[in-house]
Ligand binder design. Structure first.
Ligand code: NAI
Ligand SMILES: O=C(O)CCC(=O)N[C@@H](CCC(=O)O)C(=O)O
Length: 489
């Protein structure tokens, strides 16, 4: 039996049903195991609970030393980890190398954020000293998505451990192999038993963990649908911390731009990188009516048609690899068909040439004439919807006409226009003349509306990994110089 779960410092076989992982570019099974059943989820939470007091008591510097050791192992294992991410997600190797680099960078950034956002503050008082300090929550669950199976769970796990929490990690069931390799490096780094636990599985494993009474918190990156279910599940538990990083229906608004080539580049980078499987990807593109807008759309379609799409390890590296699965690719083609049926005009047709693999070509639709029918959905793939506009304010209003609010961008030469856009747009990430993907770990990362619950991740992850404790302290009890009125001593 393959040992795919890491509980209390031991690698164990799953006792649930069989699960597997498929390379979506080559249609090959690359990993097999069994899911964790409810008893194993219990064991993982119990192991994390048992390890919590000692891990917290170890102190920041000692914890950091182990975390840095994990960072050194990531550095040494860059190539195999990049390869594993590519095989399991279909993302090209150039891109998975940047994912591993982001995982390594996360450690230094989290250290800085820990001190800056949750450090100790001391203020003298007339009598004694006032302190602000931070304590870990205890046992937290981390749920990861498939699109960045290393970087995004790592972005919760590293700050959580740094702050002194212990963790039960439940990765996406589509990326168990990457999770296993990543946790293997933590194991090699010398993390004490029970501090980080790994339970693999599908929805039932996720449900068993999310509903476990032994959790003090849950940090989730994934779809809005699942995040909302977790939010409902956590209702009535105000004492448990829940951080939700979810999807978006992100707008990119273009206006009066002289460099069409640069604009087209940033649009493509925003819409089609990672085959459109980033939560920050542009889903709706607003372009002015008229000749300049026509020229930009026409150039966008031409360049997009020529995007290189290939296997992750192709010698000439493609811009887009396979989507996460053949099924995900098929769903995107179906979404395109539904939009077309509802009145969208296809400017560039998305196609899945091999139904057994995850490759799709990018799709571009003009949805201007069917806006009333346009669903406010995150189509999580390379499908860009164009809306042509006459009035800038009307375009911004329409850009805001979404239940989400993760990222938004303005492409245009006028700073006044950008300031106007910035003032009125509603999103957690607002960029000017830059792609809206590729957010920095050194900044907060989160959205409003159905994109999150105001617990931004990345640099602000430190905030949800610890709770503040305010103290007033005096080393010896002492009578005040003046007593309160009516008090006689
Ligand atoms: N805002 C952000 O930081 C990011 C958000 N995302 C979003 O993630 C989504 C893609 O990732 P997916 O893996 O498809 O998300 P997902 O919601 O399907 O899965 C996320 C995690 O939740 C678990 N899960 C699924 N159903 C569950 C249930 N009923 N109870 C408990 N756990 C459950 C999964 O096994 C996985 O570990 C997109 O919507 C994307 O926008 C992706 C990356 C970053
Ligand atoms: O979490 C961080 O350190 C920064 C956020 C980040 O890396 N975002 C990436 C990927 C997330 C996604 O869109 O799925 C990005 O903005 O490209």
């Amino acid at each position: 039996m393959q040992t795919t779960h890491y509980i209390g410092g031991h690698w164990l076989a799953g006792e649930g049903h069989p699960i597997s992982s498929v390379d979506p570019a080559k249609n090959q099974t690359i990993w097999q195991g069994h899911s964790a059943n409810a008893a194993q989820v219990d064991a993982a939470v119990a192991a994390a609970r048992a390890a919590a007091p000692q891990w917290a008591a170890l102190g920041f510097e000692a914890r950091l030393n182990i975390i840095k050791q994990y960072g050194a192992l990531l550095e040494q294992n860059k190539a195999p980890l990049s390869q594993a991410i590519a095989r399991e997600t279909g993302k090209p190797l150039w891109e998975t190398a940047t994912e591993v680099a982001a995982m390594i960078g996360k450690i230094g950034i989290s250290e800085k954020a820990y001190h800056e956002r949750t450090g100790t503050v001391e203020n003298p008082m007339p009598v004694g000293q006032a302190f602000i300090r931070h304590k870990p929550h205890g046992v937290v669950a981390v749920f990861g998505p498939y699109n960045f199976p290393g970087h995004l769970p790592n972005g919760h796990i590293v700050p959580a451990l740094m702050a002194g929490n212990t963790v039960v990690f439940k990765p996406s069931d589509l990326t168990p192999m990457v999770a296993e390799q990543m946790v293997g490096l933590w194991d090699q780094a010398g993390l004490p038993a029970g501090v980080l636990n790994l339970v693999q599985g599908e929805v039932e494993t996720g449900k068993a963990l999310a509903s476990h009474p032994g959790l003090d918190g849950l940090f989730f990156t994934g779809s809005s649908r699942t995040g909302k279910m977790l939010h409902e599940q956590f209702a009535g538990h105000p004492g448990k911390i829940l951080a939700l990083e979810m999807g978006g229906n992100n707008p990119l608004v273009v206006k009066d731009v002289t460099d069409t080539e640069a604009a087209v580049h940033d649009i493509i980078q925003s819409a089609f990188v990672t085959s459109g499987q980033r939560c920050t990807c542009a889903r709706r593109l607003f372009v002015p009516q008229g000749e300049a807008g026509d020229a930009m759309v026409s150039r966008l379609v031409d360049v997009s048609r020529n995007i290189l799409i290939d296997e992750y390890d192709a010698e000439e590296q493609p811009f887009m690899g396979a989507m996460i699965s053949a099924n995900a690719a098929n769903m995107m083609v179906q979404a395109q068909a539904q939009l077309e049926q509802a009145g969208a005009t296809v400017l560039l047709r998305m196609e899945q040439k091999d139904p057994a693999k995850g490759f799709v070509t990018p799709g571009i639709l003009d949805v201007t004439d069917m806006l009333a029918e346009l669903p406010d959905e995150e189509h999580f793939g390379p499908l860009l919807k164009i809306i042509r506009y006459n009035d800038f304010d009307a375009a911004i209003n329409e850009a805001n006409n979404t239940r989400f609010g993760l990222s938004a961008g303005f492409i245009g030469d006028s700073e006044d226009d950008y300031r106007h856009f910035f003032q009125h747009i509603r999103a957690g990430i607002v960029n000017w003349n830059r792609p809206i993907t590729g957010a920095s770990s050194a900044a907060p990362f989160g959205g409003i509306g159905d994109s999150g619950n105001h617990r931004a991740s990345a640099y602000y992850a430190a905030d949800y990994c610890a709770y503040p404790v305010a103290s007033v302290e005096l080393d010896k009890v002492a009578l005040p110089a003046t007593l309160s009125p009516g008090l006689k001593m």
